[in-house]
Write a protein that binds this ligand. Structure first.
Ligand SMILES: Cc1cc2nc3c(=O)[nH]c(=O)nc-3n(C[C@H](O)[C@H](O)[C@H](O)COP(=O)(O)O)c2cc1C
Length: 205
């Protein structure tokens, strides 16, 4: 069992990382392997809407950069965690570029994987960022996990989130919940639902 955690922050050891680490430690304690993909400091351009991924159904992006490497790891994983700092009451730009491309190219391959979002903020904007990430999971038919509060931690300077006792506790709870759900799904006692052929309607025709 494996979980990949995408860190959208350019600060490798910042607050998003500390929040992710608190939850990943719980997964490790439950025998689940984890890997953090540091995305935030990379140069990742946004989706150019070329449609190549949809035409070829390759599951990869036509812009062949780190996103494709990360997609392969996400496809292999049982769970995908996405962590973001709050930038102007949303997720940070590099992470948005990454998620748009990874999910547009490979969303169908993420079906029934466990997903959780983790947010670090100085003061406000965590909830819109949390909603933003959860929408990628929902449209991919992933199973989203919550904790004892919405998955956020407070902190401004690097590492300050460690002082947010409630936030850190919440991350530990989240880690335990993610581990439980992955194990439950792995046991596979109930068949997954049949996949219906997708109906697509554009509202101008
Ligand atoms: C460009 C930019 C915009 C930000 N906007 C917000 C904001 O809207 N709300 C907020 O609470 N913090 C905001 N912050 C602060 C960060 O969210 C906060 O410092 C967070 O802990 C950073 O996480 P990190 O250490 O993982 O990078 C902003 C920071 C930057 C650099």
């Amino acid at each position: 069992m494996k979980v990949v955690a995408i860190n959208g922050s350019p600060r490798e050891n910042g607050n998003t990382y500390q929040a992710l680490k608190a939850m990943l430690d719980e997964l490790n304690a439950e025998g689940i392997e984890t890997e953090i993909l540091q995305v935030g400091a990379k140069v990742i351009r946004g989706c150019i809407s070329c449609g190549t991924c949809r035409k070829t159904k390759s599951g990869h992006c036509a812009i062949n950069d780190y996103v494709n490497e990360a997609i392969d790891k996400m496809v292999e994983a049982d769970g995908i965690i996405v962590g973001s700092p709050v930038y102007y009451a949303g997720i940070n730009g590099t992470l948005k570029s990454f998620l748009d491309r990874a999910f547009y190219a490979s969303s169908s391959k993420f079906k029934y994987k466990v997903g959780a979002s983790v947010i670090a903020q100085r003061r406000a904007g965590a909830l819109p960022a949390f909603d933003q990430i959860n929408k990628y999971f929902a449209i991919s038919e992933m199973v989203t996990v919550g904790a004892s509060y919405w998955n956020m931690a407070f902190g401004a300077g690097e590492g300050e989130a460690l002082q947010d006792d409630e936030g850190m506790q919440n991350m530990r709870v989240l880690g335990k919940n993610v581990a439980w759900l992955i194990k439950t799904i792995k046991e596979g006692k109930v068949e997954k639902p049949e996949t219906e052929k997708k109906i697509k309607m554009n509202f101008i025709r």
